[in-house]
Design a protein around this ligand. Sequence first.
Ligand code: GUN
Ligand code: FE
Length: 456
Amino acid sequence: TLYIGPFIHSDSLTTLDIAVNGMIGVDEHGTIAFIRRDMKGKQLPTEPGWEESKIVRLNARHGFFFPGFIDTHIHAPQYPNAGIFGKSTLLDWLETYTFPMESSFREVRQAAKVYNRVVARTLSHGTTTACYYATVHVAATNLLADVCLSRGQRAFVGRVCMDRLSPEYYRDESAESSLRDTEACIEHVRGIDPGFELVSPIITPRFAPSCSDESLKALGKLHQDSGIPCQTHISENKSEIALVKKLFPEAPHYAGVYDEAGLLTSKTILAHAVHLTPEERSLIKTRDAKISHCPASNTALASGCAPVRQLLNEGITVGLGTDVSGGYTCSMLAETREAVMVSRHRSILEDGSDECKLSVEEALYLATRGGAKVVGLEDKIGGFEVGKQWDAQMVTFAEVGETVGGLDQKEGPVEVFGGETYEEKVAKWVYTGDDRNTMAVWVRGRLVHCKEGFKP
Ligand code: GUN
Ligand code: FE
């Protein structure tokens, strides 16, 4: 397939590369075979094999192709709770809203209903890769992996491990059963996607307070022996940090708990990281563990404003996560906007420092390239380069009054009047756009979402 039109992606943390008259050739495996940056007045390629190509064309006035978003932290079973959190904070929010909802996934029918919705909805928002937490239930977790594979979303799917300090009605029986069930879910994914080409398992201790020492050590050993990535939460909320101190009196700090269990490696994704100490940041940097910044959630649950600029300056890899339903939205575009806004709050807290503020370009980098590094797929996704996979979204915003692909863009929220630079159009998309601007989405070259009535 030849994709013809404007291409935009991050070429550094602070800059977007914009090719207004571009063309990208994608082969039958969904891999980018060639890129032409300036097609103005030029012929389509006549190389053998490409004459008969399908063409997906986007007028330069009507939008652009952008890499798919990478949501590095999302709880699929919490999707029905998105927007429901009241004034709760982390520990009471878990008890009040989260554990009751997650426990309902013992019913596979509930899982089928919710997991189909969440995968379809995140795809419609342009999320081409998601790191999912499921629940403790093996059957439901396996079903989430099946849904991702059949709907074509690249995904990491983790069965949640929690063998203590969890309610009687929702917990692992023991450290052994937690490990055994985790292994069963890994084997299931191996069965449906042997090379972990699209769907991967991920080892998922919920967070230190809900895992016994024995469980953390067993999961750490599995992580080290298998090379399968791992994800967990860290330093989200001050009461949580105090609880970890109480539960692990011997450990030097929260990050040290994971490190001593062998769970802090370059394949570890740590969500939140709002209140890390300098020693913890230094250890995380040394281990090359990755951080998922979840600004909407951190604001909703009043957890705090993560010091993203500091993390970046210290050389730590950061991506963005929606953290549904701590976060109220499964839209990574909205999360990108939240990252920008939270960085402003951080600036306010630090006497108006400009240093803290994230630009639109930087936030989009975190949502794509940063996320790709967080999930260890920077060679495959996150931008448009030859050899990478075509995980992309077509973003549209025709000039006011025009139609795109037969669809009236009056329905779209981004109002473009002509005369804006491409940088300004991108900023308008981030600040005022939503899924109505996401016309079509591809993963590995497969069309996985398309706006009703539009035929790319
Ligand atoms: N810490 C432990 N479990 C959770 C969860 O489900 N969401 C968030 N945001 N933090 C957690
Ligand atoms: Fe979370």
